[in-house]
Design a protein around this ligand. Structure first.
Ligand code: KIV
Length: 270
């Protein structure tokens, strides 16, 4: 890939690491934002199961369904014709058996037209990753804080601080790569560990709260746009503060409707 080529496949994303190009990933859940992200030059879009929190208003990702993911992934695909799009497999759609994982991941790609699935977990998921890849379904792994395991982890906190946990995470990362995973998301991982994992792998790592040593970065779109006023974790930089302007626009509209200043003659038909 040349330095300014837009990636249009999962192998293109893998090649970016060898070319020394940082990967820019953002979450997205609809066609309108998808078009904006595409025009703004992101490399890859993640239709995360965070949609269940950000859009559906639930307090975790656990309730996301396959139908929900297919609906949002299809919408994003319609707005983003060529960029690679990764779709999260929801909780319990891939853990029960390899057969179910193949069926569900296949459905996601078939019905949405997206390019890869993401699943959470380490070495225990390696046989599933291998089976998916062997059947033509690219897989993105996810280690560190894995939100679908929030009930086991006891909260959304940094993972891999203890030496034993750090060593296990490195082994998990190597197992996912050996099974054919194309990328690896590292969430809430100490920077030193994330850097070590990134250096040990041939495939790119994409960090969120995992420091600058990762091969790329991902953020939840609504968080980095400052739409989620109450969410201010240490790792997050708000690149805009859109909550204010959105509310200002709605207040201005409400005031104009109430004062009968809108619609004006220029908005009305003969
Ligand atoms: O669901 C999601 O948005 C994610 C990102 C936080 C990586 O998995």
């Amino acid at each position: 890939m040349t330095p300014d080529t837009r990636p249009d496949s999962i192998p293109d994303l893998v090649a970016m690491k060898a070319a020394g190009r940082p990967l820019v990933m953002l979450t997205c859940y609809d066609a309108t934002f998808g078009r904006l992200l595409d025009r703004a030059g992101v490399d890859v879009i993640l239709v995360g199961d965070s949609v269940n929190q950000v859009v559906a208003g639930q307090d975790s990702t656990l309730g996301a369904t396959l139908e929900q993911m297919i609906y949002h992934a299809s919408a994003v695909r319609r707005g983003v014709p060529t960029l690679p799009i990764v779709v999260d497999l929801p909780f319990m759609t891939y853990q029960v058996s390899v057969e179910e994982a193949i069926r569900n991941a296949g459905r996601v790609l078939q019905l949405s037209g997206c390019n890869a699935v993401k699943l959470e977990g380490g070495a225990a998921m390696a046989p599933t990753v291998r089976a998916l890849v062997e059947r033509g379904i690219p897989v993105v792994g996810h280690l560190g804080l894995t939100p679908q395991s929030v009930n086991v982890m006891g909260g959304y906190r940094v993972q891999g601080r203890e030496q034993e946990d750090a060593a296990r995470m490195l082994e998990d990362a190597l197992a996912l790569e050996a099974s054919g995973a194309s990328l690896l998301v590292l969430e809430l991982v100490p920077s030193v560990l994330a850097t070590r994992i990134s250096q040990a792998l041939r495939i790119p790592t994409v960090g969120i709260g995992a420091g600058s040593g990762c091969d790329g970065q991902v953020l939840v779109l609504h968080d980095m746009l400052g739409l989620n006023e109450g969410f201010n974790p240490k790792f997050l930089r708000k690149f805009a503060d859109l909550a204010g302007p959105v509310q200002d626009a709605v207040r201005a509209y409400a005031a104009d409707v109430r004062a009968r200043r809108y619609p004006g003659p220029e908005h009305s038909f003969e």
